[in-house]
Design a binder for this molecule. Structure first.
Ligand SMILES: Cc1cc2nc3c(=O)[nH]c(=O)nc-3n(C[C@H](O)[C@H](O)[C@H](O)COP(=O)(O)OP(=O)(O)OC[C@H]3O[C@@H](n4cnc5c(N)ncnc54)[C@H](O)[C@@H]3O)c2cc1C
Length: 806
């Protein structure tokens, strides 16, 4: 056994083996994998081995599609049979609603490069003669789905890595991790110590234990999961070909062929978390759990109805095994904040679909310092301290039980809520707010009319929120609105080296004292890492604000670049509340609650002042995402209730109205303001999305400078535009294809109805060659039909930006 190496991967399941292979594939061969028993000795050995590329996040879907090519690659390199059955797969719809969603999904596959096809029941029966299609409406066929041998694929990956120089130590258990002062590690095993630069936690069922060895809480929980294998079925024995992988979401089951029978797996509504306090070191290799047939009886009955011959075939074997789930069902990968050189490759719920994608992205991150493209949906830093053990259990259970639920874009799931609440929560409740959840915090989405239940109907079309949100928007544009924006992330950077640090971190010029500036963060590749607002509070003190759900993501980046600089970085999000007021009468309102001059000369657009609001010492920044005259008031959370009440009382005579995030998004869309995760992500560069106007190209020495300079005068493949869509009763949500005549021209990032301009709007990345095309030949596919669209030459509301400066 080596006593020094570059990377130790802990765990020899499908994820650890994929990780080892990808590190070598990308050029690091001095790497080892340590496995406490044999390869596959966790969840991997008893998996059904199914793989598919569908995922609600497009980048995860792309990485899932990549997995198939890896299996073929390692089979060729290693000579080890991976047991590939590329049967193709059908996702079936048994309700008209599901069928509509599948058709929508099919359109979006064009954007993702997934070559799927809609098929009718005749074709489904031809491909899968054992299915009773009497209650099936149709299906979505993807040729790149199937199943693989868990043993063969894991061994092929490990062997390919070994052939490239990696080493694998079996029957070797990691017992402890010692972090050294220089950031490197000593991995303590029962066979001796290994010093290394990086450790990767790919310990699957034991990821929580391996997390604890480094003081890391891993918010996952194993869930029990069943499938059964039948005896031979005549129709299958006589069938010329192999059954496809069937995903029957309405039946909450999946099925594939196993010899001349089938493997039928179910996601029951009565789920069972397993070993919630930790996984025993004694579990594994060939252990299975006792089947709980009563708990899965309903789903099995549905399976027998859809596949009648399965009921008659007799059960040859029932498998109940545990595998891990993060709170939202996506993997937890990436560098762990606060623990240098400790990398997470955990919570990979669909290891055979996702293992290679996780491994590719994580290897890129370790070796190149960034991933190719946006992987936030899998980033371990999308969760914070709020994702406690109990939270993880409740959410994982909810995810498991609803895995195949027909999910609408406005769905807000209820488990583990309320978790964190702002100081204004009960005030908002009294006003009939409908809440969403962001980074564990309850946020007001919109306000339901008095007397009606504060609940939104899940829908792909305009919901019952549409009219009330319209009223909120008009109230802001015509008078004054007030919003609890406490979810905004607030960071303070101060100290003797603060200016040098900020100049290095941000691509923009820093604001002067008392001023505010938009600040893009860039990756070394010149792609976006963040879109933030910088406020200069003193010569050497700044407040940075950004999207609240990115707190860990931002803090990791800030800390990674602090080096030995003499600075202090503090996340003040929870201790400071934010109240936003906006609208033509917002200055009047502010003037009624402060003794400070707030006229345009004293508090101009994009300035920030310390002042009392009511009796509270506040920081007031003059800016608003609504595009109106507006202010963000930052104040210690203990004052938030009294000041909110005072603003409402004083504002009553000005017709003040509470508004929510939905109205904010609509108003911002009318201004063509982009947001993070949609228009701005690591997939895009400043030139593509227009953030180049905030980049100070004359400045030296900031992250991404060389790349962004080189990119400056090139024509990007895509550019961001705003579209007006002749929509009917539904607006775009995101990732809908945009067509120019019959040609694919680009994709929507986000849509919203612009209530005060009376237009259905969307932002979209269009391929540059279509930007000068005739503007009346575009269309966008929304829900179940193509609707005509036009590119807007400027923002649909106040394009000159005069109102916010007034
Ligand atoms: C019944 C069932 C059916 C499934 N069907 C599918 C399917 O069809 N498709 C799909 O994609 N997924 C499926 N899954 C899920 C799949 O099994 C998991 O996603 C996958 O196995 C996770 O792999 P892993 O490498 O992360 O973890 P694991 O397989 O748990 O591997 C972790 C490894 O780490 C080792 N280890 C842990 N701690 C230490 C230590 N301290 N020192 C050394 N070694 C250590 C363990 O021994 C183990 O081998 C199924 C799961 C179950 C239970």
């Amino acid at each position: 056994m080596k006593n020094h190496t570059r990377v130790v991967v802990i765990g020899g399941g499908i994820v650890g083996a994929s990780m080892l292979y990808h590190l070598t594939k990308l050029g690091w061969s001095d790497v080892v994998l340590v496995e406490r028993k044999q390869l596959t000795a966790g969840s991997t050995w008893h998996a059904a081995g199914g793989f598919h590329s569908m995922n609600s996040d497009p980048n995860v879907a792309r990485l899932q599609a990549y997995a198939i090519s890896v299996y073929k690659e390692v089979e060729e390199i290693s000579g080890q049979d991976v047991g590939m059955h590329l049967t193709g797969g059908i996702t079936i719809a048994a309700t008209t609603e599901r069928w509509e969603v599948l058709r929508y999904e099919h359109e979006r596959h064009r954007v993702l490069g997934i070559d799927s096809h809609l098929i009718g029941t005749d074709e489904i029966r031809k491909l899968c003669p054992i299915m009773d299609t009497s209650k099936v409406v149709g299906g979505l066929w993807d040729a790149n789905e199937g199943h693989i041998d868990p043993y063969g694929s894991t061994h092929a990956l490990a062997k390919s890595a070994r052939m490239a120089g990696a080493e694998v130590y079996l029957n070797t258990r990691v017992e402890d991790l010692v972090h050294k002062a220089d950031g490197s590690w000593t991995v303590v095993t029962d066979k001796g110590n290994i010093d290394c630069e990086h450790v990767v936690n790919a310990a699957g069922l034991w990821a929580r234990e391996v997390g604890r060895m480094a003081g890391v809480h891993v918010p996952i929980v194993p869930m029990e999961h069943h499938y059964l294998i039948t005896g031979d079925i005549d129709e299958i024995a006589e069938f010329d070909g192999e059954l496809p992988l069937i995903l029957d979401m309405d039946g909450e089951m999946y099925l594939r062929q196993e010899r001349n029978g089938v493997l039928l797996g179910v996601y029951e509504n009565n789920s069972t978390p397993w070993s919630v306090n930790g996984t025993s070191w004694d579990y594994g290799e060939s252990d299975l759990l006792t089947p709980r047939l009563d708990d899965i009886a309903n789903e099995l009955m549905r399976g027998f109805e859809r596949f009648p011959s399965v009921a008659e075939a007799g059960i040859r074997r029932i498998v109940n095994g545990p595998f891990t789930f993060a709170p939202d069902g996506n993997p937890l990968m990436g560098p762990v904040r606060g623990v240098q050189n400790y990398w997470s490759a955990c919570g990979v719920m669909a290891g055979f679909s996702q293992g290679s994608g996780v491994a590719l992205a994580l290897s890129q991150w370790m070796i190149n310092g960034e991933t190719q493209g946006d992987i936030f949906a899998m980033d371990v830093n999308r969760f914070g301290a709020y994702a406690s053990k109990s939270y993880a259990i409740e959410k994982a259970k909810e995810f498991y039980e609803n895995r195949f639920l027909l999910l609408c874009p406005n769905d807000e799931w209820p488990a583990a809520r309320p978790n964190k609440v702002s100081a204004l929560h009960d005030r908002l409740q009294k006003s009939n707010a409908v809440f969403g959840s962001s980074f564990g915090l309850e946020i007001p989405l919109w306000f339901a009319p008095k007397g009606s239940a504060p609940v939104e109907n899940p829908s792909f079309r305009r919901s019952n929120a549409h009219a009330p949100v319209g009223e909120e928007c008009r109230a802001v544009r015509e008078g004054v609105g007030i919003l609890d924006s406490s979810s905004i992330a607030k960071y303070e950077v101060s100290g003797p080296d603060a200016v040098a640090y900020m100049d290095y971190l941000f691509a923009s010029r820093l604001p002067d004292l008392g001023r505010v500036r938009m600040g893009p963060l860039l990756l070394p590749s010149g792609h976006l890492k963040g879109d933030m607002t910088i406020m200069r509070l003193a010569e050497d003190k700044f407040m940075i604000t950004g999207s609240g759900y990115l707190q860990e993501f931002h803090m990791l980046w800030f800390e990674q670049h602090a080096g030995s600089k003499d600075i202090r970085i503090v996340n003040r999000t929870d201790e400071l509340s934010t109240i936003a007021i906006a609208g033509p009468r917002s200055r009047e309102l502010l003037s009624l609650v402060t003794t400070t001059d707030v006229d345009n000369a004293s508090l101009p657009f994009m300035s920030v002042h310390s002042m009392d609001v009511g009796i509270a010492p506040c920081l007031v920044a003059r800016l608003s995402f609504t595009g109106e005259l507006g202010y963000e008031i930052y104040l210690p959370t203990v004052y938030a209730r009294s000041i909110y009440d005072q603003l409402l009382t004083v504002g009553a005579k000005l017709g003040i109205r509470e508004f929510g995030i939905r109205a904010l998004v609509s108003l911002g869309m009318e201004k063509s303001f982009g947001i993070w995760s949609r228009e701005f992500t690591p997939d895009y560069t400043p030139v593509m999305c227009g953030l180049d106007r905030f980049v100070d190209y004359g400045k030296t020495g900031f992250i991404g400078r060389e790349a962004v300079l080189a990119d400056r005068d090139t024509t990007p493949e895509h550019r961001l535009v705003t579209l007006e869509i002749a929509a009917l009763d539904a607006d775009a949500w995101g990732y809908e294809p945009v067509w120019y005549k019959e040609e694919y021209a680009g994709f929507v990032t986000r849509g919203a109805y612009g209530h005060t301009v009376g237009k259905s709007l969307a932002m979209a990345y269009l391929k540059s060659q279509f930007l000068d095309s005739s503007n009346n030949e575009f269309s966008v596919h929304i829900v179940d039909q193509r609707r005509p669209a036009t590119i807007l030459p400027a923002a649909s509301y106040d394009p000159g930006g005069l109102l916010m400066r007034s």
